[in-house]
Ligand binder design. Structure first.
Ligand code: AMP
Length: 319
């Protein structure tokens, strides 16, 4: 069942230990839709300025993304710039220019209001809530991503949206910062009490944690030799995650676990190049190969029913 996403469509200027890229195609909705479109059709709701390049509309349509919900208005497209430290998990935002997003009030068409899967990608929480409220009926699954910029600047409004969503995705620093708790299990519990039944904590190269009703699951990141630009990894993760759930309709615990693994796989392609260069060209075989790799990375022999571990018989001497 196709997916509706609202989020940023942007031009990013990024510095990483490997190099720099200026005015590269980015944005949470852009990364998400190219990643998710490998599994299920996606429609975008967003706004761009008159400087948005035709070739970028064409790239999205070449992936089957429905761009009829992207408004073009006078002004500049959203711009973000950031710098990464030697450790790819640390990022500093240098500049955020909302530009045309500052005045954006989405108007959903009839066909967009009927999607069963809704992804509220990283953008101003009031825009996320507005889109959610315009849906004709409650979608089967609503997931939300956000960022420190909104956690710090629009905390109250973000809290309002959180009450109405099923799944929240945040990176580990955002999770701690929003919950005001260092311990991630405690922080995820705090967020789940607000409303979402599922909290996904992204930990970059350390993998991901999935907290659901009474269960915790973890998936590693794909070990990579070369990380070029971590930008968009979270959105591509969300694309693989939502793409799997929307395409299979499997919202069971096993379905969520597989979706998280597929998310990790799609995130791993995002970091291998600047912008969407690598994600765009990923083949089904490459996705399957990394999915199998994660299965192998986490495979071990479980304890059989009556089997015990080889404790030494000096255990009683340890105090
Ligand atoms: P990620 O690396 O997955 O967290 O997403 C990075 C993308 O988010 C970049 O392409 C940016 O254009 C976009 N972005 C950065 N800051 C914001 C913001 N405050 N609101 C919406 N999108 C943003």
């Amino acid at each position: 069942m196709s997916i509706l996403v609202v989020g940023s469509v942007a031009y990013d200027t990024v510095q990483t230990p490997v190099g720099n890229r200026g005015d590269a195609l980015g944005g949470s909705a852009t990364y998400f839709s190219v990643s998710a479109s490998k599994f299920e059709p996606v429609s975008i709701v967003a706004v761009v300025g008159t400087d948005f390049r035709q070739e970028h509309f064409e790239m999205l349509t070449s992936h089957g993304v429905d761009i009829s919900g992207i408004e073009s208005v006078k002004g500049s497209t959203f711009r973000w710039s950031g710098v990464y430290g030697a450790d790819a998990n640390t990022r500093e935002t240098l500049d955020t220019q909302l530009n045309v997003f500052a005045q954006f009030t989405p108007q959903l068409g009839v066909n967009h209001r009927q999607h069963s899967y809704l992804f509220l990608a990283n953008i101003e929480p009031s825009i996320q809530l507005d889109v959610l409220h315009q849906m004709q009926r409650r979608p089967k699954l609503v997931a939300l991503d956000t960022m420190n910029f909104w956690i710090e600047g629009e905390r109250e409004q973000l809290g309002e949206v959180l009450k109405e969503v099923d799944v929240v995705l945040m990176d580990e620093n955002e999770t701690r910062s929003f919950a005001g708790k260092q311990n991630l299990t405690e922080a995820a519990g705090y967020i789940r009490e607000i409303g979402p039944h599922t909290v996904i904590v992204k930990r970059g190269e350390h993998g991901v944690l999935l907290f659901r009703q009474g269960s915790v699951f973890t998936a590693p990141a794909v070990p990579l030799r070369s990380v070029v630009d971590p930008t968009g990894a979270g959105d591509c993760f969300a694309g693989g995650f939502m793409g799997y759930l929307a395409s299979t309709g499997d919202l069971s615990d096993d379905g969520f676990r597989r979706a998280v693994v597929l998310g990790s796989v799609m995130g791993s392609f995002a970091v291998e190049s600047f912008s969407l260069d690598r994600v765009q060209s990923v083949s089904e075989e490459e996705v399957e190969e990394r999915f199998r790799l994660i299965t192998e990375l986490t495979r071990f022999k479980p304890l059989l029913d009556r089997e015990t571990l080889p404790f030494s018989d000096t255990e009683h001497q340890v105090h």
